[in-house]
Write a protein that binds this ligand. Structure first.
Ligand SMILES: [Zn+2]
Ligand SMILES: [Zn+2]
Length: 342
């Protein structure tokens, strides 16, 4: 195992940047937190001061009532950053969800990059991942096993559109997480030429509006609660996964229920959720993207966290790359009742 660098300390509840007295994505309230993105396993409520991209700060304002205008908090667009305690921090696109950032830190000539969650595929709702050269690369590993290879997104969207066309009397109710996945599915549908209204569960409304305010055009969205049942036949409806099998879905005409998640690759998970049409659409790098990214960044050392750490660690060992697994808590991709991402 590599020896821990004294200025950045992995703790079970987050990464602590000692000279700056600042935490990255801490899982408990702290004095100063730099936050990679708005998902609940990275962005927690209760920090005194938050440093993040403007979009992430806006998401935290929406979700937790963080006062984005308060002077103790600070927003940094991509490429921008700040200095504290001799450490230079900067934010770079991670391609995961709107506003998601890698955080680069430079201290006494050494550069460390924390990816947060990331993916490499194009996503119409966020800026593409940027390769930031560094000495230590701290990568997520949600899908860090060779069994995880996500199929092309266009094919999954085509499957969804085929299901809609095959069932003109039913609505197709897609289960998609409220931050990121829902907006990406809508934007991918628009890119594929679907111009009809997309009907959404009320729990998705505010986040979709936030995306629109930040320049992501999602087209004509309508609330299920304000729409006629008949009008939604042959149409696409989006709801958080928790609503898929609940009473709420009785408002819809005989819904077909796809679920959009990287985990849909795992048949058992799809069955557990009673998903009829599993769509493998993920906001995380798959195995090939994780390994290709480490090879491309080519750091002196990789630190692996957040998911299947051992699989990626083994790959690093087999390819003669120095690596270690961090064991941070509160980073389960499906924590909080499956309300988060993947
Ligand atoms: Zn995330
Ligand atoms: Zn995460």
């Amino acid at each position: 195992m590599a020896k821990a660098k004294p200025w950045l300390e992995p703790h079970p509840h987050g990464l602590y940047v000692r000279p700056a007295d600042l935490w990255i994505d801490p899982s408990r309230p702290v004095e100063r937190a730099a936050v990679t993105h708005g998902h609940a396993d990275h962005a927690r409520s209760g920090h005194h001061a938050v440093f993040a991209t403007p979009e992430t700060l806006a998401i935290m304002a929406l979700r937790y009532g963080v006062d984005a205008a308060a002077s103790r908090n600070a927003a940094f667009p991509y490429g921008d950053g700040f200095e504290r305690g001799g450490v230079r921090f900067s934010f770079h696109p991670a391609g995961h969800v709107l506003g998601s950032a890698q955080i680069a830190m430079e201290y006494r000539g050494e550069r460390i990059v924390v990816t947060g969650d990331y993916k490499r595929r194009p996503d119409p709702t966020c800026a593409p991942f940027e390769v930031v050269p560094c000495d230590i690369f701290i990568t997520e590993a949600t899908f860090g096993l060779p069994v995880f290879r996500h199929p092309p997104t266009e094919g999954e969207i085509a499957k969804l559109l085929a299901a809609v066309r095959a069932e003109p009397d039913r609505s197709v109710l897609v289960g998609a997480y409220a931050l990121g996945k829902a907006q990406r599915v809508i934007a991918e549908l628009r890119a594929a030429g679907w111009t009809a209204p997309v009907y959404i569960h009320g729990a998705l409304e505010k986040m979709c509006q936030l995306y629109a305010v930040h320049g992501v055009d999602l087209g004509d969205l309508r609330l299920v609660g304000e729409s006629d049942k008949a009008e939604m036949a042959g149409q696409i409806v989006l709801a958080p996964p928790s609503a898929l099998n609940d009473r709420w879905s009785r408002r819809l005409p005989d819904p077909v229920t796809p679920m959009a998640s990287g985990w849909m690759r795992v048949r058992q998970r799809a069955r557990q959720r009673m998903v009829e049409l599993p769509l493998v659409i993920s906001d995380h790098a798959d195995w090939d993207e994780l390994t290709a990214t480490i090879a491309e960044v080519n750091p002196q050392e990789s630190w692996i966290t957040h998911g299947s750490e051992e699989g990626l660690l083994r790959w690093c060992e087999m390819t003669q790359r120095k690596a270690r697994a961090l064991h941070l808590v509160g980073r389960d991709v499906e924590d909080e009742g499956g309300e988060e991402e993947a």
